[in-house]
Design a protein around this ligand. Structure first.
Ligand code: PMP
Ligand code: GLU
Length: 388
């Protein structure tokens, strides 16, 4: 008999669709997949070299649970340099990807009945982890008409005495929207005097095309003290398979608690990845990171232009990340059937908006080559014309 806890958990729809597309492709079908939240670039060579050196040097044993000192220093330096945030080593923990950081964070903070505010559309993992921890998800719905961002008033209305946490993802997966400094300051003001912790997921920080990135914790002393900053290298440095993420928090007790959990579950992350991650953080791979960002920018511009030429479809130009959240509400309000039939009839994989908590959209990842993007959008256009 499985536990109720595990039975309430749904499989990650982003991973499920990406896996299905991969299987169909392996069967020889001409699948074009825009479902993966994963750069198509290889990890920069300087990072691979650091990993190879670590293996050859025999750096292959257990390490400190929360990460080696050299890596935690690299994270602290990165947070200081890029985000003007000061964290000591005991305010930082290294995890097996940012997904694991979130799991540890939610496990440490969410008790049965605690409310967690999640702006929708959201990344699929947040509500599942909240439910798994016994918490209650409180969604704030946003739309393309408001740039997919919550307002201070919406936040105010959502807060109750049971609110434990607010999740902010900037730039957003799945919409690519970025909160400006002024918008974060306004949201921060609403939180003043409350006990709400902010989980700030900054995974796409380096993938910015328009506007400026601001780290939640950097806007005021109050926000610094209540924010847990989550980040990693999967997206910006093309290191999804290496499994590296981290969180930084003012509250050393919180970091200590997650370290305790990690010591009884996964222990340290892969020792070789730790050596590689240092190079991803210390600026030595910056030229490659910038090359990837520029390529994503070209693809974004092309994909937005093409989608907005398709009758009855529309898309906001995302400021960051590598996703388009395409509005299909003039075509259908059943994004799941839309995505299933699109895969069936045109061999194109996208993720239905309903998986991100917002009907009437689908997510299209432009982390794939520009030629596939062009052909894929043509196929989507044909599909819409023939079926709706
Ligand atoms: N946060 C966001 C918003 C994401 O899109 C992802 C993608 N997987 C993650 C966290 C987790 O990334 P990872 O576990 O690969 O570090
Ligand atoms: N975060 C990525 C995505 O949204 C990878 C898949 C996952 O971890 O859910 O597609």
């Amino acid at each position: 008999m499985l536990t109720n806890r595990i039975n309430t958990l749904s499989e990650s729809i982003t991973i499920a669709i990406t896996t299905l597309a991969g299987e169909l492709k392996a069967q020889g079908k001409d699948i074009l997949s825009f479902s993966a939240g994963e750069p198509d670039f290889d990890t920069p060579q300087v990072i691979k070299d650091a990993a190879i050196a670590a293996i050859n040097d025999g750096f292959t044993k257990y390490t400190a649970v929360d990460g080696i000192a050299e890596l935690k220093d690299a994270i602290a330096n990165k947070l200081q340099r890029d985000n003007k945030l000061t964290y000591a080593p005991n305010q930082i923990i290294v995890n097996n990807g940012a997904k694991h950081s979130l799991f540890n964070l939610f496990s440490a903070l969410i008790d049965t009945g605690d409310e967690v505010i999640i702006p929708a559309p959201y990344w699929v993992t947040y509500p599942e982890l909240v439910k798994y921890c016994g918490g209650k998800v409180v969604e704030i719905q946003t739309h393309d008409t408001s740039g997919f961002k919550i307002t201070p008033q919406q936040l105010k209305n959502a807060i109750t005495p049971k609110t434990k946490m607010l999740v902010i993802t900037t730039p957003s997966n799945p919409t690519g929207s970025i909160y400006s400094k002024e918008e974060l300051i306004a949201l921060g003001k609403v939180l003043e005097g409350t006990k709400v912790t902010v989980a700030s997921d900054e995974m796409y920080e380096k993938l910015i095309y328009d506007g400026t990135f601001t780290s939640c914790a950097s806007i005021s002393k109050d926000m610094y003290e209540r924010t847990v900053t989550i980040n990693g290298l999967s997206k910006s440095v093309a290191m999804t398979g290496w499994r590296f993420g981290y969180m930084a928090a003012h509250d050393t007790n919180l970091i200590k608690a997650t370290k305790k959990l990690q010591s009884q579950s996964t222990s340290n992350i892969n020792s070789i990845t730790q050596k590689a991650a240092i190079v991803g953080l210390n600026g030595k791979a910056d030229a490659e990171i910038e090359m990837m960002r520029k390529e994503f920018l070209l693809r974004r511009n092309e994909a937005v232009k093409l989608f907005n030429n398709v009758e009855r479809l529309s898309v906001l130009k995302p400021d960051g990340a590598f996703y388009l959240f395409v509005n299909i509400s003039q075509v259908t309000n059943d994004s799941l059937s839309f995505a299933k039939n699109l895969l069936d009839k045109q061999l194109v994989a996208v993720v239905p908006g309903v998986g991100f908590g917002s009907e009437g959209y689908f997510r299209f990842s432009f982390a794939t080559d520009i030629e596939s993007i062009r052909i894929g959008i043509k196929r989507i256009e044909k599909f819409v014309k023939e079926n709706y």
